[in-house]
Write a protein that binds this ligand. Sequence first.
Ligand code: FAD
Length: 327
Amino acid sequence: MLFIGGGFSALLTSARLREKGVASIRIVERGADVGGTWYWNRYPGVACDVVAYDYLPLLDEMNYIPTRHYAQGPEIFAHCQAIAKKYDLYDLAVFQTTVTETVWDGEAQRVRQQPIGHLERAGAACRHAHELVDAARLDRLQRFRGHSFHTSRWDYDFTGPDLERLGNVRVGIIGTGASAVQIIPNLAKHAKRVHVFQRTPSSIDVRDDWETSDEWAAKQGDGWQAKRRAKIVSKLREQADRKGRLRHGITRDEKIRRQENNNIDQMMRIHKRIDDTVNDQATADALKPWYMLMCKRPCFHNDYLPTFNQPNVHLVDTQGQGVTEIG
Ligand SMILES: Cc1cc2nc3c(=O)[nH]c(=O)nc-3n(C[C@H](O)[C@H](O)[C@H](O)COP(=O)(O)OP(=O)(O)OC[C@H]3O[C@@H](n4cnc5c(N)ncnc54)[C@H](O)[C@@H]3O)c2cc1C
């Protein structure tokens, strides 16, 4: 069995295949280890946005309880490595290798990778930012004469392990999605100046984070994650059934109206939080999401909005245009 990529998908599926007795499993991964997202993303403040007890795979099987409600990146990466060790996925794994082509072998009736010797060696994990950002169609980043990198290839050599080398540096960060929301408060603590280039504001809700208490952890018996998930699924089904019954017989327009009203209530709460937190009215207004709640991945953070009150932080709102050129 061959997996292209060694992220959560490959790890979880491999574990289930092992349980079914599949012996030969090979992961081919561009990075130098398993983890996928959690291998690549090492930026300051990296953490999951879905409760770790639900998000991390195989917690029952690994007999592991995350240390926080929202686990941080290094803990999730370590969990991925632990899964690969437990399920013997390192033995056949091939790292720093990119699959460039797969070919259907008609005679053998199977797909071959084209050929393993023809794989591009990924080399150092840190690639130039413009290679990654090109995908987002940002032209002419190459013209930028300062130092640049993509957040998923964080350059700690440049910033220092605790961002202490940014004291005299003006930093521009492009985008205000989930990663930027986690990074910006950390940048603002250390950089001389931070310019936040925003295309579309994210919705920022409260982050109820806490350390896992020993008492709570001690109460979780065997199979706690599976039981927790079953409970969530059954609750969601009940909710869907209830909504279905309530909506029975109402028109499509009425359904949409109710959805919109619910959305407005949530967005008003999010807007109020911005008004209550951000001092400068123009900045507060620019930070307000103007779309239906789930149109953009919702974010949860307690330090992001207050960061815009710092004198060294400046929001550059491109009003939906995004950054198109760097001169
Ligand atoms: C910072 C961050 C936080 C996130 N938080 C959450 C969260 O809280 N909740 C949530 O549900 N989701 C979250 N996500 C989404 C997250 O990506 C998924 O939850 C999950 O980790 C994806 O796993 P995956 O295995 O499908 O893909 P990935 O983790 O993306 O792994 C794919 C791997 O395939 C490799 N690869 C790709 N092409 C090739 C090739 N041709 N040859 C060799 N290797 C290749 C890549 O290098 C990569 O390592 C987050 C994402 C980020 C970036």
